[in-house]
Design a binder for this molecule. Sequence first.
Ligand SMILES: Cc1cc2nc3c(=O)[nH]c(=O)nc-3n(C[C@H](O)[C@H](O)[C@H](O)COP(=O)(O)OP(=O)(O)OC[C@H]3O[C@@H](n4cnc5c(N)ncnc54)[C@H](O)[C@@H]3O)c2cc1C
Length: 389
Amino acid sequence: MTWTQEQLEIQALAHEFAEGELRGESGAWDSARDLQEGVFGKLAELGFLGMLIPEEFGGLDFDLGTYLLVLEELAWGDASVALSVAIHNGPVSSLLLRYGSDEQKQRWLPQLAVGALMGAFALSEPEAGSDAGSISTKAERSDSGWSLNGEKRWVTNGRRAGLVIVFARTGEDGISAFLVSPDTDGYAVGARESTMGFRASQTVSVKLDGMQLGAEALLGDLGRGLPYALEALDLGRVGIAAQAVGIGRSALEHSAKYALEREQFGRPLADFGATQAKLAEMARKLSGARLLAHHAGASLEAVASGSGHARTGLDGVTSRAAIAKLAASEAATWSADEAIQIFGGYGYMRHYPVEQLLRDAKGTEIYEGTNEIMKMVIAREVLRDAAND
Ligand SMILES: Cc1cc2nc3c(=O)[nH]c(=O)nc-3n(C[C@H](O)[C@H](O)[C@H](O)COP(=O)(O)OP(=O)(O)OC[C@H]3O[C@@H](n4cnc5c(N)ncnc54)[C@H](O)[C@@H]3O)c2cc1C
């Protein structure tokens, strides 16, 4: 895979930002369970909160390859920041752009593009995670438009979000998507979760108690919420693959440096074949995962431009996105685990960076669809191809 000069320049800018503003702070943010809010202002200044939003709405209108390069660098610097940025730019902005009315786009996209509002995506519920089609949050027609009741779980950006896409059951019509401002009466942010990794990210539950929305809050067509969510997750999963590669690359780089510095038996660890094999395997898995992410990104771009590229089948976008997420999240977790092994006892200590990387990497195997669900999706497409053969 080759990059254009412009893509490489943007990647270098993202790397410089991640190195200067994120990497040195990441451990402290993890311990404090919080980010310096100023970091979002700096991301906005670089345009990284409007990466996929067209210029007419104030965004940078990056191609997906550039977007993935930036996400990887941000995750290399700090995984919580990358997660926040990915939800905001990916599922939230892309759904609005694709299915929003002109009024909805004018109202929300310019604010999202400059980070005046952060976006969140509220699909999961206490009793509905992998089986998103079984959500029980209800949206019923009311005099003003809609009345929503239910509970959402694990909403990333939950507390800092200014726009939340909420999925709710609209009776016989199925599931629909709604654009919700958190200052609406009846919207209450609940407990902040104490998570294993991504500790600086805000993962919250949300209660919707008779929340009244106007008719204009409905996004796209009634009853099309689940297909919209699944479509958004294709983009989301490719973004997670890029994040995972960034986390894994950080583990690889820390490991290589440590292996050169730490001596045992009178020689640096880097001299031992066992250490070299670990570094080589990390590099192999992460390089392969990066290619899969960009391959899936190119397919998504082709679908969006109406090139006739398939959504279904093993060569379709949904399967490629699932393969990329599966491969990259496994590569990241494996690499972070091996990094701890290379660091030995120090790797197991909280103030060395690699244990945080393992906790963060593990999350990429779970959110926006677990790896078991990725395998289910991939197998479904393999079998679909076989049945159609
Ligand atoms: C850090 C973090 C951030 C998140 N952010 C968001 C967010 O912003 N918005 C949002 O809506 N959600 C978010 N989530 C929720 C996430 O998407 C869900 O946790 C995930 O989809 C899994 O759902 P669940 O936790 O209910 O697990 P379950 O669905 O209960 O699954 C439990 C286990 O059973 C397995 N399993 C389930 N069904 C099958 C099956 N058919 N075949 C084989 N195995 C199966 C799963 O793979 C898993 O191992 C976040 C989660 C985390 C950890």
